[in-house]
Design a protein around this ligand. Structure first.
Ligand SMILES: Nc1ncnc2c1ncn2[C@@H]1O[C@H](COP(=O)(O)OP(=O)(O)OP(=O)(O)O)[C@@H](O)[C@H]1O
Ligand SMILES: [Mg+2]
Length: 343
């Protein structure tokens, strides 16, 4: 690897120390406050964390979809195949969006225009990036609708978004995201609003497409069950930062950050009759304009000691090469997680 490779990123998509702040009145909401991750072809990276931890803002910033103002990007770089995305012109970003990197949005209604027919919206996505006739784009839209499992695509293609159920709109959004065979798919809560059966079908569809096309998938989700069954690696976010990152195995079996352990122990257990959470993490994530000094998790952490209130811990290597955690008590977390001491 040359120095230039390192500087420009040597992965398919690389986010380096990204910061996205919003000025709200006198306060600064640090929605994303130094996030780094990377992904390669064919991989699935899960980004998990409670509501408001900066998952969507970081993903949307990659695509130039967070308006500045109100946002500011006081630091950070994003590289796609060595090209720096944040310095690109609006036009270059638009060309890249949907073609190289596509996004499935958390809310399908924000991605679909209510006044245009479903088929026209997908065809338009195709024609934005490919020089094809209207008829060819319509055929592609029809194929895509079939591919994402919309029944009777020939009738459905001329309907409007309000004629589709939530699950079907989600599939349409996936069809639009896949329309130009992107290399990277940013899937922001792709199945959260859906019932379990549709959720399974959609995840199976993404898995199949990934296998066929070697797509890299960034899976943003609250659902650790989904992560366990689909991700290769996981980045856990808290208060605008990644606090732990590692392989799926590391994160689920050898967590090293107290927050990760809290997320895992609050998982509903499938082997129990009730779905209630075992031990929810007490309290709530901080307001991102008022993040406490030191480790931002310390007010909620049962392992916190006075030193946790001093400096914000950096990500440090723990165990395996690519396993990192930003916690002063990684050993105690490890001991708790592996059952060597009682909770
Ligand atoms: N336009 C905005 N102005 C001010 N603050 C904003 C704006 N957009 C987002 N934020 C703040 O940025 C923070 C991160 O939001 P983000 O949507 O990335 O969270 P998230 O991790 O995706 O949460 P969820 O799991 O609920 O989707 C939140 O505190 C949110 O209030
Ligand atoms: Mg979100």
């Amino acid at each position: 690897m040359t120095t230039q490779d390192t500087a420009r990123g040597s992965h398919l998509l690389e986010v380096k120390d990204l910061r996205v702040h919003f000025d709200v009145g006198q306060r600064v909401v640090k929605a994303v406050d130094g996030v780094s991750w990377s992904i390669d072809e064919g991989e699935t990276l899960a980004i998990v964390g409670e509501s408001g931890s900066g998952k969507s803002v970081s993903a949307m910033t990659i695509l130039g979809l967070v308006p500045t103002p109100p946002a500011r990007i006081p630091g950070g770089r994003v590289f796609f195949r060595g090209r720096s995305l944040l310095d690109m012109s609006e036009n270059e970003q638009r060309q890249l969006r949907g073609r190289d990197i596509a996004m499935i949005f958390q809310d399908p209604l924000t991605a679909l225009n209510p006044v245009f027919r479903i088929g026209d919206q997908i065809a338009e996505m195709v024609r934005q990036h490919q020089q094809v006739s209207r008829a060819a784009a319509r055929r592609r839209a029809l194929d895509l609708l079939g591919e994402v499992g919309i029944p009777n695509p020939t009738q459905r293609i001329d309907q409007y978004p309000h004629e589709f159920s939530g699950g079907m709109r989600q599939r349409v959004m996936i069809a639009m995201a896949l329309a130009n065979d992107p290399k990277v798919l940013l899937a922001d809560e792709p199945t959260t609003a859906l019932d379990v059966t549709v959720q399974r079908q959609i995840m199976a569809l993404l898995g199949r497409l990934q296998e066929e096309r070697n797509t890299a998938i960034v899976l943003i989700t609250h659902d650790l069950g989904l992560v366990a069954s689909h991700a290769d690696r996981v980045s856990v976010m808290y208060a605008g930062r990644v606090v732990e990152t590692g392989t799926c195995r590391d994160i689920f079996h050898q967590p090293r950050h107290a927050y990760t352990l809290g997320l895992l122990t609050s998982l509903p257990r499938l082997d129990r009759r009730t779905q209630e959470r075992l031990a929810p993490i007490p309290g709530a994530p901080p307001n991102l304009a008022l993040v406490p000094p030191g480790c931002p998790f310390h007010p909620r952490c049962s392992l916190a000691t006075p030193s946790c209130e001093d400096d914000r811990p950096d990500l440090m290597r723990v165990g395996a090469d690519d396993h990192h955690a930003a916690c002063l008590h990684t050993d105690r977390v490890h001991a708790l997680a592996t059952g060597r001491i009682g909770a």
